[in-house]
Design a binder for this molecule. Structure first.
Ligand SMILES: C[S@@+](CC[C@H](N)C(=O)[O-])C[C@H]1O[C@@H](n2cnc3c(N)ncnc32)[C@H](O)[C@@H]1O
Length: 220
């Protein structure tokens, strides 16, 4: 997949995929979108000292890095599984320099560890954050243990319709613990109806800058 580095409005980088005419993050701000959708409305809304997170589309690892830094503050133990079908080359990840934008003294150390080419094996990023990266399409990923939170960060339905189907949402529902939830930047009507069809309770939340809404879907 051809990838180009682009700067977004908040100064953080994203990747652009010319073949799909799609960005990895919002061009209004990659960092502020990740913080808003996955941190503030994701991990921070679950008050628990032990949390299992599945990320669909690990990509640059930005969401994992922010979560690893947050787990230090929260004093929560986090097990994080990032599924990624098309890993981003490490040289490109180093150029994105996400760690320099994050106010945490160990952000560089955590990110350097995370982006190493290690797949299918649990890595201890710090005392309370374990990361397993899985090089696999989500369609083929077999989930052996359930999760508390799913960060659903696939390319949008306009370019990758097959990631937003009822079958995938059913798989996400089955992969969650009761009271667990999925968060995503997408708030399209058909997607929300499909979430309800498979049994989710759908909450519309204010979106990050540049987007009116985002979704949290809860498994009751
Ligand atoms: C919108 S990007 C977001 C990436 C990431 N969360 C980040 O912050 O950089 C979507 C990601 O999904 C990955 N992807 C595409 N198809 C996939 C599939 N079938 N299964 C798992 N990941 C997939 C892409 O390679 C890309 O890394």
């Amino acid at each position: 997949m051809e990838l180009e580095l682009k700067k977004t409005a908040d100064g953080s980088f994203t990747l652009y995929v010319p073949g799909l005419d799609e960005h990895y993050h919002s061009y209004h701000g990659a960092l502020q979108e990740a913080k808003h959708v996955f941190i503030e409305n994701g991990v921070l809304s679950l008050k628990s000292k032990k949390i299992r997170i599945l990320e669909v589309g690990f990509g640059t690892g930005l969401n994992a890095l922010l979560t690893a830094c947050e787990s230090v503050v929260l004093e929560s133990e986090i097990e994080y599984v990032g599924v990624e079908a098309y890993p981003v080359p490490i040289e490109l990840l180093q150029k994105m320099d996400y760690a320099s934008l994050i106010e945490h003294k160990n952000a560089f150390k955590f990110y350097n560890h995370m982006i190493q080419d290690v797949w299918g094996k649990e890595q201890l990023i710090h005392d309370s954050f374990k990361l397993t990266k899985v090089k696999e399409k989500i369609e083929n990923y077999e989930c052996h243990e359930t999760f508390d939170i799913i960060y659903f960060d696939a390319f949008g339905p306009r370019v990758q319709e097959e990631m937003w189907t009822i079958a995938i949402m059913e798989k996400m529902h089955n992969s969650l613990n009761v009271n667990g939830f999925l968060v995503t930047y997408c708030a399209k009507g058909q997607f929300k109806r499909d979430l309800k069809t498979v049994g989710f309770q759908v909450l519309d939340l204010p979106g990050p800058p540049g987007k009116r809404e985002m979704v949290r879907a809860v498994k009751n």
